[in-house]
Ligand binder design. Structure first.
Ligand SMILES: [Zn+2]
Length: 64
């Protein structure tokens, strides 16, 4: 089972990048790397956002 998360689904108006992971933890690591590299997040801000919005993020995670 592979999980996926699409940047556009999370509300980004332009980025359509999709990240994948075998587990929720692995997926979040990939999302974090992308957020830092492509969207200027710091690890600290990312972790804060994830903590605040985890319920919402879980709804956006798809099984492929
Ligand atoms: Zn993106």
């Amino acid at each position: 089972m592979t999980l996926s998360f699409n940047c556009k689904d999370s509300g980004d108006p332009v980025c359509t990048h999709t990240m994948y992971g075998e587990t929720e933890q692995e997926l979040l690591e990939n999302v974090k790397r992308h957020a830092i590299e492509a969207h200027g997040f710091t690890e600290e801000i990312f972790n804060e956002e994830v903590t605040k919005k985890m319920d919402h993020i879980r709804k956006l995670i798809k099984t492929v």
